[in-house]
Design a protein around this ligand. Sequence first.
Ligand code: SF4
Ligand code: SF4
Length: 248
Amino acid sequence: MNNIIKLDNNYYIEKLSENSEIPINTVNICHLSLIKVLKNKNIVLKIDFEEFNIKDYKRLLKKLLIVKNVAMKINGEFGIIEKEKKIIAYAINFDENNMKHKDFISGINAIFYKTRYERYNYIYDTVCNYLDSFFYGKNLCDFKNNKCGEKRNTTSTTGCCHHFKHKALGPLSKLVLCEYLNKENYTCDAKCLPCKLFTCDYLESKGVKFKIKDILLLDVFFNPIQKYFIKYMVFTPKDKILKRLMKL
Ligand code: SF4
Ligand code: SF4
C-alpha cells in the first residue's frame, strides 16, 4: 500500500492528505505531552510536515523518545490496530523525495525500538549505509594505481587505513596497516563508523566533510561524550563501538 510507511518492529505510519478527516484520538506531535499520552492508551500521533520545520526536528524527536518510553512503561502500548497493522502516526504533507522528511521518519523508527541497544544498532547501520551510498561509485578519494589523492606523492597504497602503533618498549612507534583492512580487496572488515565519518584535507578541499550535528540520527540520540567517541574511535570494529556507547 503506498499510503503506508513501514517502520521496523511492525509499526506503521499512515499517510493522509491534508483534507482527510483525522481520527479523534490523535495527538499533534508539536503539542505532545506526558499527560496527554497517559490519559490516552491508544495514542496516535499527527505529524504534519507543514506545521514544523527542520530546526524543530531534534526537539520533537527528543520529546517523543521520553514520552514513548514512559507510555510503554505505564500503558504498555502505543498506537492503534487498523487492518492488522499497528499505526503509531498519521503523516500529512510528507514528501518521500525530501531527504529531511525521510530523516525525521528514521528518527521515529529509531524511537520505537524496544531497547537502547537495538536503537543504537539501527542508528549505527543506517548512518553507515548513508555514508557508504554517499561515496559509492564516485571515487571521491581519486584512487589511481591504488594511491588516493591525499597520498598521491607518497608510497602509501592504503588510503588512511594505517596508524601508528606504539611498541611495548621504547618511545619509537611504527606505522602499521589497520588490522581490519581486508588485504585482498582493500575493504574494511570492521564497519567502523568513525572511520567512515573521517575526511582528510584532500576530501575537505573538495567540500566533503561530515559533522555529527548535521546527521540527525547521531545528533538527536547521543550525548556529547558519546558523540566524542563516535568521532574519535577510529580503527575500531562496530561491536566495540556499540559496547562503549552503551556504557555512556
Ligand atoms: S579520506 Fe583522504 S587519506 Fe583517506 S583514502 Fe580518502 S583521500 Fe586518502
Ligand atoms: S577500521 Fe578504519 S582504518 Fe581500519 S580498515 Fe576499516 S576503515 Fe580502514
